[in-house]
Design a protein around this ligand. Structure first.
Ligand code: SAH
Length: 253
């Protein structure tokens, strides 16, 4: 039996056609597809008739499948000689724990490749009409996690508040109040524009906007729920002019 191999594939932010050509090949020719909760299920329909599906994004009793178990599944399937496609949302190395999966494969001497994807942190914002940089508005961008690890905050808010580039926060909805408070506390003006983009590039995409001072309240009123991108900075003001999400079409249409 030939030796198995794992491809860690970025599925893109949600719109099926945003996967790369190589990523799509990895789906078509896989013996087994191991996929996450945020991956658009329509992508799975491109698999072969014999391809097995393993859903590792299922949250039974809200407990996600532990990362160690996911790593073991990848190792086990590859050792059976299979072509394993590990389909992850966005880009596999942007907060997707892809690095840990790759380390495990390297440790086990299993051949693997990474197929980069369009991260929601950039492509997802684009679909809401928010360019992550803009000559007149932001000359840098910073992508951070809003998730507290073991209840501790890993971020230096003082440093983040001092930057005047675009700040993109993933996994931040449940800590939105805290995030806005910290940025104001360390000196970002309270009227700095904030946007929240839910289900970016999917049919149910929704964007709400406000400021550091008002966003927490607006998010409650507008029932903001994950998955969502929080974006802080002047580029948010472009949303109204540049949002094309209501007029999506493919060039061949
Ligand atoms: N690797 C992914 C991020 C994984 S972390 C990437 O590159 O995009 C998961 C977080 O990403 C979610 O909690 C949310 O903050 C964000 N996210 C991913 N896809 C999203 C989407 N379509 N819309 C809004 N947020 C999204």
């Amino acid at each position: 039996m030939s030796k198995g191999k794992v491809w860690l594939v970025g599925a893109g932010p949600g719109d099926v056609s945003l996967i790369t050509v190589k990523g799509m090949d990895c789906i078509k020719y896989a013996d087994v597809l191991v996929y996450d909760r945020l991956v658009n299920p329509e992508l799975l329909t491109f698999r072969s008739e014999t391809c097995e599906l393993i859903n590792v994004g299922k949250q039974c009793d809200h407990h996600p499948i532990p990362q160690s178990e996911i790593n073991q599944i990848l190792v086990r399937e590859a050792k059976l000689g299979k072509k394993v496609t590990r389909l992850k949302s966005g880009d596999p190395y942007v907060f997707g724990r892809g690095g840990e999966e790759a380390e495990e494969l390297a440790k086990e001497n299993i051949p693997f490749e990474v197929v980069p994807g369009v991260t929601s942190a950039i492509g997802g914002l684009a679909y809401a009409g928010i360019p992550v940089t803009h000559r007149d508005h932001a000359s840098s961008f910073h992508v951070v996690t809003g998730h507290l690890r073991d209840g501790k905050d890993p971020l230096n808010w003082q440093a983040l508040a001092a930057l005047d580039g675009t700040l993109v926060i993933l996994m931040g909805v449940s800590n939105l109040d805290y995030i806005c408070e910290q940025l104001i506390k360390y000196g970002r003006p309270a009227n700095t524009p904030v946007g929240i983009v839910m289900w970016a590039s999917r049919a149910n995409q929704r964007t709400v906007t406000g400021t550091l001072a008002t966003m927490a309240q607006i998010a409650k009123e507008q029932e903001v729920k994950p998955p969502a991108l929080i974006v802080v900075g002047d580029v948010v003001t472009l949303h109204e002019t540049l949002d094309f999400s209501a007029f999506l079409s493919n060039p061949q249409d």
